[in-house]
Design a protein around this ligand. Structure first.
Ligand SMILES: [Zn+2]
Length: 205
């Protein structure tokens, strides 16, 4: 049985390579299924050491375990519409970093995101949503400051998806905790956008 409490954490660069290799396997339709879920779960009963933290959208079309061909215990995933930051999301990420020793954080947006689309509609067309959705959108509006109002709605959405990923990343970076962890050089923060039609994850530069 693996003792996950003593297992050496996977480094951030290795974690990113695993994610992108997994996405490549998913795109080729060649998932890695070396162990049955029952065997994997038996190994994980004592603890977990997920190699990456994913902040992704709740959208049913972007399940991180599938698009990264990852298994039980591999990914610590927080999913919330629009992959937005909040104190609870923050606490979850900090827990995974501090206690589970995950060293890579990926903020994962996706094409055609309904939450981003609603935020764009609120900003440029004054659309008003129901109260709880409004709270969500208010969280996202700062991401849209640089979106050109002259672009088509489709182009605005494409730009906004990326801007929204960067906005969540900047909130993580612009905190004393975020700066401290990244300054140590141990943890890494990356942004990605999943192409809905193909499942390909594109890393943001
Ligand atoms: Zn979405």
């Amino acid at each position: 049985m693996i003792d996950h409490g003593k297992e050496i954490p996977v480094g951030a660069d290795e974690a990113l390579a695993r994610l992108m290799d997994g996405n490549a396997r998913f795109l080729r339709g060649e998932p890695c299924n070396s162990l049955t879920p029952r065997e994997v779960l038996a190994n994980l009963a004592k603890g977990q050491r997920p190699y990456a933290i994913i902040l992704g959208c709740s959208d049913s079309r972007v399940p991180p375990e599938l698009i990264f061909d990852a298994g039980f215990g591999d990914l610590f995933i927080i999913r919330v519409a629009g992959n937005v930051m909040s104190p609870e999301v923050w606490g979850s990420i900090q827990y995974a970093g501090a206690h589970l020793k995950s060293q890579l954080i990926m903020v994962l947006g996706h094409e055609g995101c309904g939450a981003v689309q609603a935020a764009v509609a609120a900003k440029f067309q004054g659309v008003i949503e129901r109260s709880r959705i409004e709270v969500l959108l208010q969280n996202m509006l700062p991401a849209l400051g640089d979106i050109d109002p002259e672009l088509s709605t489709q182009q605005q959405l494409e730009h906004a998806v990326e801007a929204n990923v960067r906005w969540s990343m900047s909130q993580l970076l612009d905190s004393p905790e975020g700066r401290a962890r990244l300054a140590e050089g141990r943890m890494k923060l990356v942004g990605g956008v999943c192409e809905i039609a193909t499942g390909r994850v594109r890393l943001l530069k």
